[in-house]
Design a protein around this ligand. Structure first.
Ligand code: ATP
Ligand code: MG
Length: 263
């Protein structure tokens, strides 16, 4: 089981001259915990995730314990973390089970055996899409495609799981099922989970820690109730909002109106 925390030190990422992630420091993202990364469109969430995943040039450091992740080769990086992008590549003409099996085999040699096949079917059953196993990726609906991609991301139980808006195409059943299962997986295997979400109530419900990005910087970071406040909603999202607790004690964010964004 992984015991190393993830730390970002002065992480900056630029596209040309435009620095969209600006000296982000995040300490002690602990194994066994789920961090929700939230923030407005264009805040830099996807860019930050791609930076952690080693998919874009960074300045600063991404550390897992004492190990500098950028020093690892692409193969070892791919073994230690999985990253699910916000926009999935178009589905190709392979079946769901073939796709998940190829994720199981990533970085391994030889033919998959019964253990690997069981692992792949388990991932599908967990997400409630066992019935889709022999369907072609290219013939799935948007939400089904997202669930198949999730199965590919979680099947190997990597040390670090980076999911960019994994529930954006899902109905309420699958939203709750996926986040509940991801949380259980993270706790059971001591994984570090980082998930970008736009649904703030969902983030509050499933995440241990909520990190809010705004214009390339961290605008708030802490427990859901510390990070999600009416003041933060106004400052970061330019909305007037109420942060209330439902009859079961969960945080609910109700947005009343859009405020003029500061020029
Ligand atoms: N490939 C690129 N080339 C140039 N600029 C980019 C590129 N990708 C993103 N950007 C810019 O970087 C900034 C951050 O983008 P990013 O995709 O990280 O935002 P985000 O927080 O994920 O937003 P969203 O919630 O809309 O997905 C934006 O201003 C965007 O226009
Ligand atoms: Mg994004």
């Amino acid at each position: 089981m992984n015991r190393n925390a993830l730390t970002l030190k002065q992480l900056s990422i630029s596209y040309g001259r435009n620095m969209v992630v600006q000296g982000v420091d995040l300490t002690e993202i602990q194994p066994g915990t789920l961090t929700a990364l939230i923030g407005p469109n264009g805040a830099g969430k996807s860019t930050l995730l791609r930076g952690i995943a080693g998919l874009t040039r960074i300045r600063g450091e991404v550390l897992l314990g004492d190990t500098l992740l950028s020093r690892l080769g692409p193969r070892e990086q791919a073994q230690r973390m999985t990253y699910m992008p916000q926009s999935l590549p178009p589905g190709v003409a392979i079946t769901v089970i073939e796709a998940v099996l190829s994720a199981v085999q990533a970085g391994r040699s030889g033919q998959p055996g019964k253990a690997e096949l069981d692992q792949a079917y388990d991932a599908l059953e967990h997400l409630g899409i066992g019935a889709l196993s022999s369907r072609y990726l290219s013939e799935l609906s948007g939400g089904q495609r997202q669930l198949a991609a999730l199965a590919q991301a979680i099947v190997r139980k990597p040390e670090i799981l980076l999911l960019d808006e994994p529930t954006s195409a899902l109905d309420p059943h699958y939203q709750v099922r996926v986040l509940g299962n991801v949380r259980k997986l993270i706790q059971a295997h001591g994984l570090i989970g980082m998930v970008v979400l736009h649904d703030i109530s969902l983030a509050a419900r499933f995440a241990d820690r909520v990190t809010v990005m705004h214009a390339g910087q961290i605008a708030a970071d802490g427990t859901p109730s510390a990070a999600i406040t009416a003041e933060m909603m106004a400052r970061v999202y330019a909305v007037e909002a109420r942060v209330e607790h439902c009859s079961q004690g969960q945080i609910q964010v109700i947005v009343d109106r859009a405020l003029d964004r500061a020029a």
